[in-house]
Design a protein around this ligand. Structure first.
Ligand SMILES: N#[N+]C[C@@H]1[C@@H](O)[C@H](O)[C@@H](O)[C@@H]2O[C@H]12
Length: 447
């Protein structure tokens, strides 16, 4: 199975995000983001680091685009730093911020690489957080102002637009579990955030349509197959509620304009006031052109009467990544086939898939054969979905290079290129980068 067996117009790319690679956190007029503040708060990041410098991509973007060219990808997914454009979140525009992304897009196009631009990959301008962040509908309006400016500035050259990256993380990981910025631990707040982000998504899609731009727009969701540990009715009930929490709380609004009833009823019993605005979620279902799927692993659950989801995650035997996630390649096929069956037809992009392993440099080489096996199996399972008629249009490896892995700092390496944080952030191709380049050049098969 070689690259040439995939559709001839299939996009092969890599993905990154602004806060994770750019650095220049307070340069050229950029405002503070919630991740700048969170990372500077002692105890929030496991290795005590920040994204202040990260991979210094802001200054090295031409070098990094040369790496893309060397790899042989035909597309590149990146995100725009909102506070680099609007330092206060709205109002005054930072022209140097716009200049950076104009130059980035122009260089990508010059090198024959199609941009996929994510408007929001978690770095909310801190001034908006002072006024409640995503709990405040004013932030929805500010997001629309930000999106409209980017549509106007880059809409003639960027063909693929994603409104939000992983709204599950924006809401539940960041406002219920508190593991990501702004580090709030309150489920009712998380539900309000999820609601406002989904509304902002729908409004941005509608605004995009109104600009009559040549491109396509969608959203990026992190999706997991959820499997019951056993076929017992209780474990199956646990899987249903966990699937609603993980997947359908976002899939159903953007495709069906409503929340999944099985979990909505649970939340309404807990938060009666939530009912007052949940019906407005219909706004989220503005028709999209594609869905971005971030796939990393599956979830196995068993019944837990103490949980409001009646479920707890179970760790099963099998190979795991350095994030302690199960390696489950068939899950990417399962998710793509399910989306097509239950929510399609719609073009799908695997907007992120990859893994962290304990990459070490030995004699100037990083022999990350586990990552090659991981990618090989996930490429194959993506192909199996295409063979079943699923309109998968592209695949983006997470990530181009090692970078700031959120609450894990620089302790987890996901890149195809090793970043030597002790030697001027030097980018060194791992064996997986060499393998990916050969695959893209039809030199090797996936067998
Ligand atoms: N963890 N992990 C790796 C990766 C993260 O670095 C990305 O920013 C997210 O979109 C998604 O969580 C996946």
């Amino acid at each position: 199975m070689k690259r040439e067996m995939f559709p001839s117009d299939f996009l092969w790319g890599v993905a990154t995000a602004s806060y994770q690679i750019e650095g220049a956190y307070n340069e050229d007029g950029k405002g503070e983001s919630i991740w700048d503040r969170f990372a500077h708060t002692p105890g929030k990041i496991k290795d005590g680091t920040t994204g202040d410098v990260a991979c210094d991509h802001y200054h090295r973007y031409r070098e990094d685009i040369a790496l893309l060219k060397e790899l042989g990808v035909n597309s590149y997914r990146f995100s725009v730093s909102w506070p680099r454009i609007f330092p206060c979140g709205k109002g005054e525009v930072n022209q140097k911020g716009l200049d950076f992304y104009n130059a980035l897009v122009d260089e990508l196009l010059k090198q024959g690489i199609k941009p996929l631009l994510t408007l929001y990959h978690w770095d909310l301008p801190q001034p908006l957080q002072f006024h409640g962040g995503w709990t405040n509908t004013d932030t929805v309006q500010a997001f629309l102002e930000y999106a409209m400016l980017l549509f106007k500035t880059l809409g003639d050259r960027v063909e693929l637009w994603a409104t939000f990256n992983e709204p599950w993380c924006i809401s539940f990981l960041s406002h219920e579990l508190g593991e990501h910025a702004p580090g709030i631990k309150d489920r009712r707040t998380a539900l309000q955030v999820a609601h406002n982000v989904l509304v902002a998504h729908g409004k941005a899609v509608k605004a995009f349509r109104g600009k009559n731009l040549p491109g396509k727009i969608g959203i990026v969701l992190n999706l997991y197959p959820v499997h019951p540990l056993s076929e017992s009715e209780q474990d199956k009930e646990a899987a249903t509620l966990s699937d609603c929490y993980r997947n359908r709380w976002f899939l159903d609004p953007v495709f069906k304009g409503k929340y999944p009833e099985e979990l909505l009823s649970v939340y309404q019993k807990l938060y009666g006031d939530f009912a007052k605005d949940y019906e407005s979620i219909q706004v989220a279902s503005e028709k999209m052109d594609f869905l971005g799927v971030n796939y990393y692993s599956r979830e196995v659950v068993s019944y837990d009467p103490k949980s409001i989801l009646k479920s707890k995650t179970v760790k099963v035997e099998g190979k795991r990544t350095d994030m302690d996630w199960e390696i489950y390649p068939q899950g990417i096929q399962e998710i793509l086939v399910r989306i097509n069956r239950e929510y399609g037809p719609i073009d799908l992009y695997v907007t992120e898939n990859g893994a962290a392993f304990k990459d070490e440099m030995k004699n100037g080489k990083i022999q990350d054969y586990e990552r090659i096996d991981f990618l090989k199996e996930h490429f194959k399972n993506t192909y199996y979905a295409i063979q079943q008629g699923v309109p998968v249009k592209g695949y983006f490896v997470w990530s181009l290079m090692d970078n700031f892995e959120w609450a894990h700092g620089y302790s987890k390496r996901f890149g195809l290129f090793y970043v030597d944080y002790n030697d001027n952030l030097k980018r060194i191709p791992k064996e997986s980068a060499r393998w990916f380049k050969k695959f893209l050049n039809n030199e090797i098969s996936l067998e």
